[in-house]
Design a protein around this ligand. Structure first.
Ligand SMILES: Nc1ncnc2c1ncn2[C@@H]1O[C@H](COP(=O)(O)OP(=O)(O)OP(=O)(O)O)[C@@H](O)[C@H]1O
Ligand SMILES: [Mg+2]
Length: 256
């Protein structure tokens, strides 16, 4: 079995004349915590969109565990075990925290949400299991006391936690996290970082986009730097930190 879960070749996406993503080759290793950093507009979120099926690439190939997923839809990629979170959380404001959790479980599981609404007898046990699991996860994330609150009542940081909870309820093998610490206070950021580390230690392969460089350097085994859609560095945190191309990319973007 290959120890690379993701293989990307020649992946390109342009918007008008702008090359948002232009990644020649990138392989990600199983059980590794890898981060992607880069200035605003470097193409990080677009890269996530391309590998998770939320946007079609113009060119290139994406393989997940040796299966070609280049034109696959997000739900089928999720069923293959790769789940992503969003920079701007996609929690449902008009559902409670618990409903958000349970909805995610039912959409990725084979049991359709519609069937769960009809409540076949066999469905009741599934629903009970999902509910128990939801509470377990909410407890781990410290949002269980908000279970019956509407998601819109959560703070920005709690929404991030809920989004994380929704992403782990289906036991993913791979998690793509788009700025899990953005807009979160330092104390909660520390907690979320610990949760991510725990998930990694449980054997989940993690690819994280994050602007909090200190956090990235602290927990990542490998750091990939994107600038203008291209990989300009791919190494250990220590090496990336002192890479002149990287420093230049960040300074250049600050001067704009
Ligand atoms: N749907 C779109 N239409 C046009 N341009 C887009 C679209 N989506 C992204 N872009 C552009 O593509 C480039 C890459 O955007 P992307 O959101 O991937 O960057 P990013 O690295 O995630 O940035 P940030 O750190 O600010 O989240 C940017 O210049 C952005 O303006
Ligand atoms: Mg982004």
């Amino acid at each position: 079995m290959s120890n690379k879960y993701l293989k990307v070749t020649n992946l390109k996406k342009s918007f008008g004349g702008l090359k948002a993503v232009d990644v020649h080759s990138l392989n990600l290793n199983t059980n590794e915590l890898t981060s992607i950093i880069g200035p605003n507009g470097a193409g990080k979120t677009t890269f996530f969109d391309l590998i998770s099926g939320f946007q079609d690439s113009d060119e290139g190939k994406v393989y997940l565990n040796d299966k070609n997923i280049t034109r696959s839809q997000p739900y089928s990629i999720a069923r293959l075990g790769m789940i992503r979170t969003f920079q701007l959380t996609k929690v449902f404001d008009r559902m409670t925290v618990l409903e958000n959790m349970m909805f995610s479980a039912s959409t990725v599981n084979n049991d359709s949400f519609i069937r769960s609404l009809i409540r076949l007898p066999s469905q009741k046990t599934t629903e009970k299991n999902i509910k128990e699991k939801s509470f377990e996860i909410m407890k781990d994330l410290n949002i269980d006391h908000m279970a019956n609150s509407y998601a819109r009542e959560l703070s920005g940081g709690q929404k991030k936690l809920l989004e994380l909870g929704r992403s782990i309820i289906n036991d993913p093998d791979i998690l793509l996290l788009d700025e899990p610490l953005a807009g979160v206070n330092p104390k909660l950021a520390e907690e979320i970082l610990q949760i991510i580390l725990n998930l990694s230690e449980k054997g989940i392969s993690i690819l994280m986009v994050e602007h909090n460089i200190e956090a990235v350097m602290k927990i990542s085994q490998r750091v990939i730097v994107l600038a203008e859609g291209m990989v300009i560095a791919d190494d250990t945190p220590e090496s990336v930190r002192s890479d002149e191309k990287v420093i230049e990319a960040y300074l250049g973007s600050e001067n704009e």
